[in-house]
Design a protein around this ligand. Sequence first.
Ligand code: TPP
Length: 277
Amino acid sequence: MNSNYQAKIDGLKEDARHIRRNIWRALHGAGGGHMGGSSSAADILAALYFHHLNLRPKEPDWQDRDRFVLSKGHANAALGATLARAGFIDDSVLDQFYVYQSNFGMHPDIKMAGVEMSTGGLGHGLSVGLGMALGARMQGKDFRTCVMVGDGELQEGSNWEGAMAAAHLGLSNLTVILDYNKIQQSGTVTQMMGLEPAADKWAAFGWAVREIDGHDMSAVVEALDALPYAEAAPSLIIAHTIKGKGVSFAEDSFLWHNNMVTDEVYAKALAELGEPG
Ligand SMILES: Cc1ncc(C[n+]2csc(CCOP(=O)(O)OP(=O)(O)O)c2C)c(N)n1
């Protein structure tokens, strides 16, 4: 393997580790929050912001920027940690998580630099994202739009209306990334209302689909580099992930979808995530 490429992948892994540390830092400051779905998304966010998306952190409203919508808005600690590392917001904002009148809330707020859509009520990001993608086409612009959804979130019917519309419109400038950690708020997705066969469903709706391990940085980068997967269809990346990834006691358990972060829990989490880089 090319050594430049390996250095790039190693750098992105370090970005993801940094994001995970700051997720726990933000949640510790607030006393708790959504560590599970924030941590499962960290590798993908690192690859998006530090490799794929065309952005200007010092000019967040630059008209030709790529758009990213975190539809699973409860993972906002991960988005904030990413935006801080990318330079959209100051690192000190991470200590303002869930503080009264802070722009860095439990869910994304468009008042914060780099946030494209206020989300939190699940099921709306795809429809708004497709509007952004359609807007790009209507304006003759080549910016791309990417939306991250959760697997539990896909139980909201509005997603399927959006999926149908995006395919009908042939929006190849739209990508959805499914953070497929298999767990939602109170149990597994299979127990609540299963998604399978997920890839076949989206393909039947007219999407071009790829499946990857969402924690394998090379696989994430390759999947992003290969976009779009079809000339006249939107693309879906099904990223198989682990809820709570990176901190063993929080991994793969709905109990750590959203939980308190005491001093003791925080110390244990940081010990597993390693020293700051
Ligand atoms: C419309 C709506 N219903 C319910 C909730 C409460 N809620 C917040 S997170 C969550 C579970 C989401 O599960 P999933 O999409 O799998 O998220 P992840 O595992 O990636 O954190 C629920 C039900 C909400 N935010 N919006």
